[in-house]
Write a protein that binds this ligand. Structure first.
Ligand code: G1P
Length: 291
């Protein structure tokens, strides 16, 4: 059973400056909660029970958010604001724990994942990149399907979605004989980090959700710096393919890249419209804009 997930949150978020100068980009609010809450809830909905944050000294507000806040709780209790009290004490279920390790140097995503090696031990695990929000469509949790697939096939799962050809150089891109149908996996022939436009093996991009065996850690230890002069998770996955089948899982949900300003605005629109308390009025506000 896959119960552990690594969330690399040490990145400084240069794409989200100036806000990320003093707010971790993961803490930027999407409607009424920080972006990272959506990602952790996605992991929890897929059965994850231990979240491992790979973090940085400037990101303590992430850990604080998921911790109890005695002073605030006491104040809300004294003021009989029980709804709010309930909301801030039940952000994640009590069987889910959050631990953190530091990434001492910004050496890349592969290095960030490797920083969690001792917490992972010998178990397979998930990786969720918190810039990207993945929204279910019709209640299908894609990560959950990847985990189920891993548990039956024992093949690593890499979530992918199609992107326009002119954007392939911004992502990991997989090489597959044919594009899998949404919600299904297919064995990959290869994977490459940020290929030049015109040389990509497909237009299926790595979304930022992975289910990996523990042995990827040994491969990461031996992965030299790659694209962007960083240790790339993509390169370790390519090395894993020398011995193991690795599958591309084509997602059926919708993604929002909250690391980019427009992606973030799009997320606020979509999550705002679906918010149980604010959605209807928000919709009316948008209609009233009369664009
Ligand atoms: C990382 C991964 C890349 C993936 C992307 C998804 O890149 O290295 O393979 O496609 O996340 O967001 P980054 O965006 O950190 O440069």
């Amino acid at each position: 059973m896959i119960k552990k997930a690594i969330l690399p949150v040490a990145g400084l978020g240069t794409r989200f400056l100036p806000a990320s100068k003093s707010i971790p980009k993961e803490m930027v609010t999407v409607v009424d909660r920080p972006a990272i809450e959506y990602v952790i809830k996605e992991a929890v909905a897929a059965g994850i029970e231990q979240i491992i944050l790979v973090t940085h000294s400037s990101k303590a507000s992430i850990e604080n958010y998921f911790d109890r806040n005695f002073e605030l709780e006491t104040t809300l209790e004294n003021k009989k604001k029980f709804d709010l009290l309930n909301e801030i004490t039940n952000i994640i279920p009590s069987n889910v724990s959050i631990v953190s390790v530091r990434q001492p140097q910004p050496l890349g995503l592969g290095h960030a994942v490797l920083c969690a090696k001792n917490v992972i031990g010998n178990e397979p695990f998930a990786v969720l990149l918190p810039d990207v929000l993945v929204k279910d469509i019709s209640g299908q949790n894609d990560l959950s399907k990847m985990i189920q697939r891993y548990e039956t096939s024992e093949s690593a799962q890499i979530m992918v979605e199609a992107v326009p050809e002119h954007l392939v150089d911004q992502y990991g891109i997989v090489d597959v004989i044919e594009s899998p149908v949404e919600g299904e996996s297919i064995a990959m022939q290869g994977i490459v980090e940020k290929p030049a436009i015109g040389s990509a093996p497909s237009n299926l991009s790595v979304v930022g959700r992975y289910v990996l065996p523990a042995k990827i850690m040994q491969l990461l230890e031996n992965t030299p710096k790659g694209a962007g002069n960083e240790i790339q998770l993509t390169d370790a996955i390519a090395a894993l393919q020398a011995t193991d089948v690795v599958e591309a899982y084509r997602m059926s949900g919708q993604t929002f890249d909250c690391g980019s300003k427009l992606g973030y605005l799009k997320a606020v629109l979509h999550y705002g419209l679906e918010h149980p308390k604010l959605g209807l009025e928000f919709k009316k506000m948008i209609k009233d804009l009369d664009l």
